[in-house]
Design a protein around this ligand. Structure first.
Ligand SMILES: [Zn+2]
Length: 264
């Protein structure tokens, strides 16, 4: 494993990306999936329960929408915990790598990171929840309509939804986890780099294969000052995965990019 966020040459950067990708798949993403899975299962339970209580199909749809909204606190917690889990692991890793060449960096990163995190989570979760809710509504409405089309009775609706909804939801689990992993990783890496107090530049690091977005591959190696955003396809982003400056889903969902740093 070659883990070094200060990788300089193209060869070092490729090796770094490969190692980081393994770490992301084997560790970071698993942490995210565990959290996301729980939030999704809790949402499914709430929807099924809502359908059970309904006397008509339109009531079921209304109840299900309220159930989805009432699950938002579970989502908030899942996102916060994902950032805590991945953020501390990844942030400490980035710090260790920078410390290997520059001694004398502070030792209370964990406290600083956890103290700043709630404010960041507050900023990122509102738009995320909005999108998640809209998608959930669409899936539920679709499944209820399908139940009606299949001639399901209102008494059997809850069982029908229980049977059909997990498959549709499951597809989202991975995509959500991957997106959150990228953002939590990007955010914590940046926080760790800033924590050092060193003057640095950052460079976008994309993996160049057929799955990489054209835009992101083009920006591979793009370098800016730490406090300046990258401009990717017209979207401003402080780090790969950054949704706080209004980047669109096209630059966020399933992104696998990361960044490297250079101490000036
Ligand atoms: Zn990317």
């Amino acid at each position: 494993m070659y883990l070094n966020c200060l990788a300089k040459t193209d060869r070092e950067k490729r090796a770094y990306y490969k190692s980081l990708n393994i770490l992301r798949d084997r560790a970071y993403q698993k942490l995210a999936i565990n959290r996301i899975k729980k939030a999704i299962n809790s949402e499914i339970d709430a929807i099924v329960d809502a359908c059970k209580k309904a006397k008509t199909f339109s009531e079921a749809e209304r109840n299900a929408k309220s159930a989805i909204l009432s699950n938002n606190d579970v989502w908030k917690n899942a996102i916060q915990k994902t950032y805590e889990d991945i953020g501390l692991l990844n942030g400490k890793r980035v710090l260790r790598e920078i410390e290997a060449t520059t001694k004398g960096i502070g030792t209370n990163f964990e406290d600083v990171f956890l103290k700043k995190l709630p404010k960041h989570i507050k900023k990122v979760t509102a738009p995320k929840l909005k999108k998640l809710n809209i998608r959930s509504y669409a899936i539920v409405s679709n499944d209820i309509q399908r139940a009606i089309d299949d001639g399901t009775s209102i008494d059997d609706l809850a069982d029908y939804i229980r049977e059909y909804i997990p498959a549709t939801y499951k597809n989202r689990e991975r995509a959500i986890a991957r997106t959150e992993t990228c953002e939590a990783q990007g955010y914590s890496g940046r926080e760790a780099a800033l924590y050092t107090g060193l003057d640095m530049t950052k460079s976008w690091l994309a993996w160049l294969d057929d799955k990489t977005r054209t835009g992101h591959a083009e920006y591979n190696g793009e370098t800016t000052l730490m406090d300046e955003p990258y401009i990717i396809d017209g979207d401003e982003m402080m780090y790969p995965g950054d949704s706080t400056l209004g980047a669109g889903a096209g630059n966020l969902v399933n992104c696998r990019c990361t960044e490297t740093y250079k101490v000036l």
